[in-house]
Design a protein around this ligand. Structure first.
Ligand SMILES: [Zn+2]
Length: 166
C-alpha cells in the first residue's frame, strides 16, 4: 500500500491509499479519484513523499495518520542515502511511521549493494549502460544528488531514521 497526498483542481488537499503507484495512475486516468471536499475528480499528487505502509496485515485499521497534509517539497533534488531530508511529524503516529521507515530501509539495505561513496559513479555507469542495472544504495552529497537528478538519473532517498542523524 502506498499513500499519496492529493490535491484537487480547487486546491483542496487530502490523502488516499493505493495498492501501488500503478493503481493510482489507473484510477487517476479514469477520474475515479474524487476530492472528498468538493467531489472534483481532477486530482493530482500534491507532493512527492509517498508513505509506504507495511505489506503485512497488522490487524490495525489504516486510519488516516495525523500528519501535516503537505510537507514542503525540498528545493534541491532528493538526496539518496544518509543525507537528512527535512520532515515534520507529530506523535504518536511518528512511532509507527518510524517503524515503517525502518522496515523499508532494512528491506532496501538487504536487497541492494552498498556502494558507499561510489554511489554517484555507479549510478551513472548504470544509467549510461556501462554497468548492469541492479539495486544499489550508498552516499551522495546534496550537490552530487542534484547533478544526478539533472542528468535524468532516477534514484530515491533512503529513509533516514531520526536517531541516526547525530
Ligand atoms: Zn476539492
Amino acid at each position: 500500500m502506498i499513500r499519496y497526498a492529493l490535491a484537487c483542481s480547487k486546491g483542496h488537499t487530502f490523502e488516499s491509499w493505493f495498492q501501488n503507484s500503478a493503481a493510482y495512475d489507473k484510477q487517476a486516468k479514469r477520474s475515479l479519484i474524487e476530492c472528498p471536499l468538493c467531489g472534483d475528480s481532477k486530482v493530482e499528487k500534491a507532493l512527492m513523499a509517498p508513505t509506504l505502509a507495511g505489506t503485512k496485515k497488522r490487524g490495525r485499521p489504516s486510519a488516516p495518520l495525523a500528519m501535516p497534509a503537505a510537507m514542503p517539497a525540498p528545493e534541491a533534488a532528493p538526496a539518496p542515502s544518509d543525507t537528512p531530508t527535512p520532515v515534520a511529524m507529530v506523535s504518536p503516529e511518528e512511532r509507527e511511521f518510524r517503524a515503517k521507515l525502518k522496515e523499508l530501509r532494512d528491506h532496501l539495505t538487504k536487497n541492494a549493494d552498498n556502494v558507499g561513496r561510489k554511489f554517484p559513479e555507479e549510478a551513472r555507469k548504470m544509467h549510461y549502460g556501462e554497468a548492469e542495472h541492479r539495486s544499489i544504495y550508498g552516499e551522495a552529497s546534496p550537490q552530487e544528488a542534484k547533478d544526478l537528478h539533472e542528468e535524468g538519473i532516477e534514484f530515491h532517498p533512503l529513509p533516514v531514521l531520526p536517531e541516526e542523524r547525530n
